[in-house]
Design a protein. Structure first.
Length: 346
């Protein structure tokens, strides 16, 4: 440590060689500002970045690999891109408000401000920027879309009301999380994001690895009762959407098998993969759920889908709310379909 005190019996010579060396490092090249002209530090933003690096990133995942991704890769993207950084600040503010209820109202309001500023920038980028297909922009947009998914579900006080019957909602209602989710899915398929040099590669590669575990499931079926009910409905029903319901039940069985047999994979990524698989070209199960009067078969599938309590803490309220909402809309006959899945360690 540099000794700022002069040695006994020795005067401090401001022209000495050592002092001269120190002076040349005092100021870096840049505009000359007096103390009164220097911009103020935004202490709240600094606090939120600090909170992100310590706690918020950790609340998004149970995976050590993805913890590193959220901490390093996402933060790096945030420092180069304002709308990614604003999304980080918004999510961190929500999480800090959750653990510090006394400040919750102020923090949630600040999160909304950051969210709206980020959204305005992204809208402008999508409509007017010719560089929207560059690798860096694709990375930024993908990270923004994933972060905004977490933000939307963390801000949904009544997931049941905001999810079901979305076809009758207006633009002023709570944002539809499924629209953001489909945006994330489409962006994840951009070829430039699949190369190992991409900042987003760890997340996408992790999703691919989680999906590959489906081929390794050795036992089952685990949801035999639900599958039997769905096959019975298929045999006696000519609704064009019945194949979509059956496909959703089969995807649920495959996912549950992975979670049951490979505890190390119990990660919210499986929920995103499952939702993606049941809303693709084989039938849009989510769209059927969001009709004004969703079918009983679809609601039954959704309730079982959301039974798994292994999820990121920031999404727990949303998951629980949707599951309870689905069950409340079932009639007595279809409630009898719902059988608790076997425990993980049985």
């Amino acid at each position: 440590m540099y000794n700022m005190q002069k040695e006994e019996g020795q005067d401090c010579d401001i022209n000495s060689q050592s002092t001269s060396n120190l002076r040349q490092y005092e100021l870096l090249d840049g505009p000359t500002l007096t103390p009164s002209q220097a911009p103020d530090l935004n202490m709240l933003d600094l606090e939120l970045i600090y909170h992100w690096t310590l706690w918020t990133h950790d609340s998004l995942t149970l995976s050590p690999l993805l913890r590193t991704f959220w901490l390093r890769n996402t933060t790096k993207a945030g420092f180069r891109c304002d709308y990614v950084m604003r999304s980080i600040l918004a999510l961190s503010a929500v999480h800090l408000g959750h653990v510090n209820p006394v400040r919750s109202e102020t923090l949630v309001r600040y999160a909304l401000t950051q969210h709206n500023l980020a959204a305005a920038t992204v809208r402008e980028l999508i409509h007017h920027n010719d560089d929207s297909k560059s690798t860096e922009t694709a990375e930024n947009l993908f990270l923004y879309s994933v972060l905004i998914n977490f933000y939307v579900i963390s801000q949904t006080d009544n997931p049941h009301a905001s999810f079901f019957g979305r076809t009758g909602k207006t633009e002023n209602d709570t944002p539809d999380w499924m629209a953001f989710f489909k945006g994330s899915r489409n962006l994840s398929l951009v070829s430039s994001l699949l190369v190992s040099r991409s900042l987003t590669h760890p997340l996408i590669e992790h999703m691919v690895q989680m999906y590959s575990y489906r081929d390794l499931v050795a036992h089952g079926p685990y949801l035999n009762s639900l599958l039997q009910h769905m096959n019975t409905v298929k045999d006696g029903c000519f609704k064009p959407e019945i194949s979509t319901y059956l496909h959703a039940a089969q995807e649920l069985e495959a996912t549950f098998g992975v979670l049951r047999e490979y505890p190390e994979t119990r990660e919210i990524i499986h929920a995103f993969l499952l939702i993606s698989n049941v809303s693709d070209h084989r039938g849009d199960f989510i769209a059927l759920l969001q009709q004004p009067e969703p079918s009983q078969e679809a609601l039954g599938d959704l309730h079982v889908l959301l039974h798994d309590p292994t999820t990121a803490s920031i999404a727990l309220v949303w998951v629980k709310g949707l599951g309870e909402g689905a069950f409340s809309l079932l009639d007595d006959e279809h409630k009898a379909w719902i059988v608790e899945p076997p425990p993980w360690n049985s």
